[in-house]
Design a protein around this ligand. Structure first.
Ligand code: SAH
Length: 256
């Protein structure tokens, strides 16, 4: 693919915070594709596919700093320090993250460290899991008849130690997209129902969205915890809760 871009064709000595999208390699932006090919050092997350990694030059130094729920392979402070020390070498450093770097990706924290060190950087957005999943599962996140808004939230384990106000999320005309929520499906179900969201609200859990292994598990809110323990559900997986989920019956086009 020939990629032409007016800006910065020969980048040198910068840190690029790059969103790799949700999985399908073709969902990379042209800009990400161009920068990946010029990378000299790459710090990458666990969710980056082999296909995307194969776009990097053979000569690039590739450092895995991936995190998986509960298993922090490299603490965030160390990632920040590593980024800064690699940035100081004057090489083209790519910090490659799944989805979009500013959606539950700690991209902001990493940039704060880069700014504090006085290093130059750019941010390249990626297609976030919510958009990729929505498109490939045939679930529009908004629709005039069903949802006037959409909320992205994290269902991470800290939900237990930092309880959230479910009333904010119980609006029946709003679609709720929950990242990192599978392990807390029961808590999410109970919280939403207690706050008044109907137990019959359609829900979908979509795993490995946009890849050849995409699977979707559809039901209602009262079944959310059951869907979340389906033995065929493989991480990563995203939850979509709301009336829009019923559209997947007719709009579901993707054959994994
Ligand atoms: N920055 C990323 C999100 C990082 S948090 C983004 O913008 O997409 C990681 C969570 O994203 C996972 O726990 C899962 O809920 C979701 N996720 C990422 N890729 C996914 C995929 N291909 N299919 C389903 N969910 C995905």
């Amino acid at each position: 693919m020939a990629v032409v871009s007016a800006v910065d064709n020969q980048p040198k000595g910068k840190i690029w915070l790059v969103g790799a999208g949700p999985g399908d390699v073709e969902l990379l932006t042209l800009k990400a594709y161009r920068i990946l090919q010029m990378a000299e050092v790459v710090l990458y997350d666990a969710l980056i596919s082999q296909e995307i990694m194969s776009l990097l030059p053979n000569t690039a130094e590739k450092i895995a700093v991936g995190k998986r729920a509960g298993k922090h392979s490299v603490p965030q402070d160390e990632i920040n320090q590593l980024l800064v020390s690699k940035g100081k070498t004057g090489k083209n450093v790519v910090r490659l993250k799944g989805g979009d770097p500013f959606v539950f990706g700690r991209g902001g924290e990493e940039l704060q460290a880069i700014v504090a060190a006085g290093l130059a950087f750019e941010v390249i957005p990626g297609i976030t899991a919510a958009s990729g999943t929505s498109a490939y599962a045939g679930i529009p996140l908004t629709h005039r008849d069903y949802a006037q808004g959409v909320t992205f939230m994290t269902g991470h384990c800290q939900l237990k130690s930092r309880p959230i106000d479910w009333n904010t999320y119980a609006n029946p005309n709003n679609t709720l997209v929950i990242y990192m929520g599978i392990l807390n499906a029961n808590l999410i179900k109970q919280g939403l129902i207690a706050a008044g969201r109907s137990a019959d609200t359609p829900v979908a859990i979509v795993s490995k969205a946009t890849t050849s292994e995409q699977r979707q598990f559809v039901g209602t809110l009262k079944e959310l915890d059951r869907l979340a323990v389906d033995p065929e559900l493989v991480m990563p997986a995203l939850m979509i809760i709301g009336e829009v989920v019923q559209l997947s019956d007719t709009l579901n086009w993707y054959q994994a």
